[in-house]
Design a protein around this ligand. Structure first.
Ligand SMILES: CC(C)(COP(=O)(O)OP(=O)(O)OC[C@H]1O[C@@H](n2cnc3c(N)ncnc32)[C@H](O)[C@@H]1OP(=O)(O)O)[C@@H](O)C(=O)NCCC(=O)NCCS
Length: 168
């Protein structure tokens, strides 16, 4: 369960509720915000509809752009997630960019973050997002490592106000 070659990034499916809730608990345990559009108690079918609508740009919160939420599965376990924002706003250009990613703290250090971003960049390109803007704080060594690895080490960040911005 530690081989990034076995990792698949994909949308949520009808059978994912239990695995999604386990991932959500692990990631939010330290107060990290995760899957903001999930309301505890919502039926799984309804949450999958929220996801479909988000991709289509229907029923979005104020200021939100259409997005695609994805999970990363390794051997039947959800180990992380990513999301693609289909277009940039002024705020996203300043901070956030096109793609966010996160790995369950229990599964970090195996190359999963790198593989999640690599596959998510391909899926973003399929949506016409190429190049993609990524951003992270200058002191987020893990995120910088993931971005460096997934871009083949070829891209240098623009650094401003403690934020690294990369066009990949
Ligand atoms: C950042 C994060 C996704 C990294 O996930 P991961 O699966 O551990 O990443 P990888 O194993 O692919 O590591 C990629 C590189 O970063 C390095 N790295 C990862 N975490 C690191 C850390 N905390 N400090 C220093 N380097 C780190 C790895 O050593 C690796 O570099 P290497 O190939 O030279 O050894 C994970 O720590 C996380 O989810 N953090 C919280 C959310 C977050 O910051 N997301 C990014 C938002 S911009």
């Amino acid at each position: 369960m530690t081989n990034p070659d076995q990792l698949i990034v994909r949308p949520l499916r009808p059978g994912d509720e239990e695995a999604f809730l386990a991932l959500r608990s692990a990631i939010t345990a330290d107060g990290t915000v995760f899957a903001k559009d999930y309301q505890p108690g919502i039926s799984w079918a309804k949450y999958l509809r929220v996801q479909d609508n988000a991709r289509a740009g229907v029923g979005l919160a104020d200021g939100a752009v259409p997005y695609t939420f994805l999970v990363a599965e390794v051997g039947g376990v959800l180990v992380g997630s990513s999301d693609i924002r289909h277009r940039l706003t002024e705020n996203l250009t300043r901070w956030g960019g096109h793609i966010g990613f996160i790995v369950d703290p229990r599964h970090r250090g195996y190359g999963f973050g790198t593989e999640i971003l690599r596959q998510t960049l391909c899926l973003a390109a399929d949506l016409g997002i190429r190049p993609a803007l990524l951003s992270c704080r200058t002191d987020n060594a893990g995120s910088r490592g993931v971005i460096r690895n997934a871009s083949g080490g070829a891209v240098s960040p623009q650094i401003r106000d403690g934020i690294c911005s990369y066009w990949i």
